[in-house]
Design a protein around this ligand. Structure first.
Ligand SMILES: *Cc1c(COP(=O)(O)O)cnc(C)c1O
Length: 378
């Protein structure tokens, strides 16, 4: 990764080569009979949906998954030719646009299936859809034991079921049987549908975790990894099988130092006087704060990397500014670059470490990087 400073208050450097390598690692683990559909929702977990999708398409991705019609349209308008699955939409006010932009809907209820069928008839077109089954997560999807599922699929004569999918609630937790129970319900439904002559071409259950920990029976012929594309696999709980997937973070987050000064012993730093200098210290102020996505919970407990060394955050993280103690790095100057997330030499901080300190999850740390933080592709 570059050692360069850029003329920005705060920026992220995204390695598209690393994204490509992570995608390849996923393909290698699941083999050629399983389609890898990268999840690029939420602006590709803030890595930039358009650039990331372009790279993945160049690498051979035939499918991409987003959450909303709006996200799908942005990709189409940027020239994406791949199939795009919209996983969490089909709202009354987005349906028409979804179909007009050749986005493939995930259908979450039998009412919505009927509605899609009606739209297809009205427009004289056939549409393909993926049906989401709620196998026990209790969020989106048709409940797996709903007796009318097969009938509804067969009855929707103007549309074609292309995919059957479900989502796990506790895939990383090997102390509960929830995932096995979900799989059982899902497979039972798939079997019932098959006996009715309903054979969706694509069957998918797995996000990153069931791939990374080798839950092969959940791969079927498509997987939907998001986190792993960006270089993360959450730690498992309980007796998980060894990790089969090795990926690396693709994003580095930096900020510029706006001010450096000495403060005397006893000086209070920032809002609420949350930190008191135990001795004379050098304090540097970063031109980034919680409005950029630095979790406020890192106040007085987070760390950043300055000139290859860890430096503690002192006092409250404020909206646009964060103070750090650089006493151990006396060479620190205004305009220097610090690393909020990433590595310098042997020292590194990743989204998982930040999440642990901030009492949140790594997904939220990545998605929390604000749009005003400039993005550079390296
Ligand atoms: C976000 C999402 C994924 C990707 O999950 P990761 O844990 O990031 O791999 C897969 N499927 C669905 C339905 C999702 O909402």
């Amino acid at each position: 990764m570059s050692d360069q400073a850029f003329p920005f208050r705060s920026w992220v450097e995204v390695s598209l080569a690393q994204i490509a390598a992570n995608f390849e690692a996923l393909r290698k683990v699941v083999g050629t009979s399983v389609e890898v559909m990268p999840v690029v929702k939420a602006d590709a977990y803030r890595h930039g949906a358009i650039e990331v999708s372009r790279k993945l398409e160049q690498q051979g991705a035939r499918w991409l998954a987003v959450s909303s019609t709006e996200e799908g349209i942005a990709l189409r308008e940027a020239g994406t030719k791949a199939r795009i699955l919209v996983m969490a939409d089909f709202l009354p006010f987005t349906r028409e646009a979804m179909l007009a932009y050749d986005l493939t809907p995930v259908i979450h209820s039998l009412e919505d299936l009927e509605e899609l069928n009606r739209l297809a008839a009205a427009r004289g077109q056939r549409y393909r859809y993926h049906l989401k089954v709620d196998s026990g997560m209790g969020r989106l999807g048709v409940r797996a034991n709903h007796p009318q599922i097969g009938e509804a699929i067969i009855g929707a004569k103007n549309v074609d079921i292309e995919g059957l999918m479900t989502h796990f609630a506790s895939a990383a937790n090997y102390q509960t049987s929830q995932t096995d129970e979900q799989m059982q319900l899902f497979e039972q439904l798939a079997g019932e549908l098959s006996s009715l002559g309903v054979h969706p071409a694509l069957v998918h259950l797995s996000s990153t975790i069931p791939v990374a920990y080798g839950r092969r029976s959940a791969w079927r012929n498509m997987i939907r990894p998001g986190h792993a594309i960006y270089g993360y696999v959450s730690p498992a709980r309980g007796h998980a099988p060894p990790k089969m997937l090795h990926v690396k973070p693709a994003l580095t987050w930096r900020a510029t130092i706006l001010s450096v000064k000495e403060v005397p012993a006893g000086a209070l730093i920032g809002y609420g006087g949350m930190f008191r200098a135990p001795r004379p210290i050098r304090v540097a102020v970063l031109a980034a704060g919680y409005a950029d996505g630095i979790p406020h919970r890192l106040s007085n407990r987070g760390q950043v990397i300055v000139n290859g060394r860890l430096a503690p955050i002192v006092g409250a993280v404020s909206m646009d500014l964060t103070s750090i103690d650089v006493t151990e790095s006396p060479e620190t100057r205004v305009g220097d670059r610090v690393t909020l997330l990433g590595s310098e030499g042997k020292v590194s901080i990743d989204a998982q470490q930040i999440a642990r300190l901030a009492g949140t999850i790594s997904y939220s740390v990545l998605c929390g990087i604000h749009a005003r933080v400039k993005r550079i592709y390296v």
